[in-house]
Design a protein around this ligand. Structure first.
Ligand code: 6PG
Length: 502
């Protein structure tokens, strides 16, 4: 019998998505340029399904096309960039038809998705579905961000909603993951149509930018406890486990505690103490920061998280500088001050996290306007409640905020979040002050606080800045008491320094 769906690329993500579809009763045809990957996927399928194969291996692009029901749905799980286009070309050569759909599930740059939809129009429908949740997510329930032609979405929707992570509508919490062969069917699926062409990849890019910030903020809290308070990784894990019971309840908090508890097999030391402090990155956080710069939508905490990774990369320079550059005097702390600082760090993490999400959502808001997309922010927050890396209880509150007001300019002005910051800001400021005095960098916390303080101020020092610009470059300025858009210039170089209306 012909299969329901075809896969190109059976790496970790492709194989896991394919098996997830098989668990949900779909017949899957699968191809990879590396035959070993096809064999491994088929073997795992049989192993997990009492020796009965549900995934059909294909030896070529032609064989793949011949194995899938028309109009075909073909899923690409290949590295972002050039491989996506080379697979598209191979599918065209193999005879793909105009009514077939190709679904790109990689972390593609959203502008490539926009370009591809146009480039392949008439040859096939190029659709995208950004996937979050890593291997376990793909296997048992990812968060899916589909975008593109609505006709393609109508076809794919039942499959995507079947395999996606599910949320308990009463609690807003993820429903526990299934075992192989026993998928979760109940609950709200974390797969909703995002918008046309690049919208889904854009939203996933911002998800990753927020992911970078979330991770960096947790690392800063760890850093203060580890270096500033000399706490053991196990003791910090215990604090994180406690934080994970409240407003900071999230997947990233949970896995951070697990990482801190892990002992190293080789040395018997806490593993975290032997992991080299040099962070990798594949570019999605940087793209988010760049988009913020391009659109003039401030995302300082996300950008700072990318820079923190870059700074970590300068390992040998940092080691050399550590011998040369002055550190502050150590100020001893009492037991009472230590427990106070732990609470302050909790509140700093919470407030900074609110700001990082506020930045990410505001960026999506700006991008939607610039690209003519209608994004449903309440729905986006909802599909991030389960399956994805930033899944957290907190996302329910974001969804609620956009339900109260779908045109909310910024999460900070939502009554709930404004109240949360109002009651936690003293500790947030105190944590940053303490860390600063101790010489522990906390660029995530402090960039978030600067974002908050700038956003809440009706007046910023950009008045002086405009004066500077007018002085050296005759760039003109507007006056507070004149209509917007009316330009003035002072003849700075003359002794009269007359002001002219331009
Ligand atoms: C997810 C993740 C995933 C991503 C890396 C990005 O949502 O499942 O965002 O898509 O590949 O985690 O990470 P780095 O840039 O840190 O490698």
């Amino acid at each position: 019998a012909l299969c329901d769906i075809g896969f190109v690329g059976l790496g970790v993500m492709g194989k896991s998505l394919a098996l997830n579809l098989a668990d949900n009763g779909y017949q899957v045809a699968a191809f990879d340029l590396d035959q070993d990957k096809v064999d491994a996927a088929l073997a795992q399928d049989k192993l997990e399904n009492n020796n009965v194969a549900r995934v059909q291996g294909c030896e070529s692009f032609q064989a793949l096309l011949a194995s899938v029901k028309a109009p075909r749905t073909l899923v690409l799980s290949v590295p972002a960039g050039a491989p996506v286009d080379s697979v598209c070309r191979a599918l065209i050569e193999a005879g793909i038809e105009p009514d077939d759909t190709v679904v790109d599930t990689g972390n593609s740059l959203w502008t490539d998705t926009v370009r591809r939809e146009k480039q392949y129009a008439g040859l096939f429908m190029f659709f995208s579905t950004a996937v979050s949740g890593g291997e376990a997510g793909a296997r048992f329930g990812p968060s899916l961000m589909p975008s593109g032609d609505l006709r393609a979405w109508e076809r794919i929707k039942p499959m995507w909603q079947a395999i996606a992570a599910k949320v308990d509508p009463d609690t807003g919490k993820p429903i526990e993951r299934a075992e192989p062969g026993n998928p979760v069917k109940e609950g709200e699926p974390c797969a909703e149509y995002i918008g046309p062409n690049g919208a889904g990849h854009y939203v996933k890019m911002v998800h990753n930018g927020i992911e970078y910030a979330d991770m960096q903020l947790i690392c800063e809290a760890y850093h203060v406890m580890r270096e500033g308070m000399a706490m053991s990784p196990q003791a910090i894990a215990a604090v994180f486990r406690q934080w994970n019971q409240g407003v900071l309840d999230s997947y990233l908090m949970e896995i951070s505690a697990e990482v801190l508890e892990q002992m190293d097999e080789v040395t018997g030391q806490p593993l975290v103490d032997v992991i080299l402090d040099r962070a990798g990155q594949k570019g999605t956080g940087m793209w988010t920061a760049m988009s913020g710069l391009e659109l003039g939508s401030p995302v300082p905490t996300i950008a700072q998280s990318v820079f923190a990774r870059s700074m970590s990369g300068l390992k040998s320079e940092r080691v050399a500088a550590s011998q040369l550059l002055a550190a502050p005097q150590v100020v001893p702390m009492s037991d009472a001050e230590r427990s106070e600082l732990i609470q302050q760090l909790h509140d700093a993490l919470y407030c900074s996290k609110i700001c990082a999400y506020a930045q990410g959502f505001q960026l999506m808001h700006t991008a939607a306007k610039a690209n003519g997309w209608t994004l449903d922010f309440a729905a986006i927050a909802k599909i991030w409640r389960a399956g994805c890396i930033i899944r957290a209880v907190f996302l329910q509150s974001i969804s609620d905020a956009y339900h109260r007001n779908e045109d909310l300019a910024n999460l900070l002005v939502d009554e709930f979040f404004a109240g949360e910051i109002a009651s936690n800001q003293t500790n947030w400021r105190a944590a940053i002050a303490r860390a600063t005095v101790m010489g522990i960098p906390c660029g995530g916390f402090s960039s978030a606080l600067a974002y908050y303080d700038s956003y809440r101020l009706g007046t910023l020092p950009a008045n002086l800045l405009q004066g500077q610009r007018d002085y050296f470059g005759a760039h003109t300025f507007e006056r507070t008491d004149a209509p917007a858009g009316e330009k003035y210039h002072v003849q700075w170089g003359t002794s009269e320094r007359r002001q002219l209306k331009m």
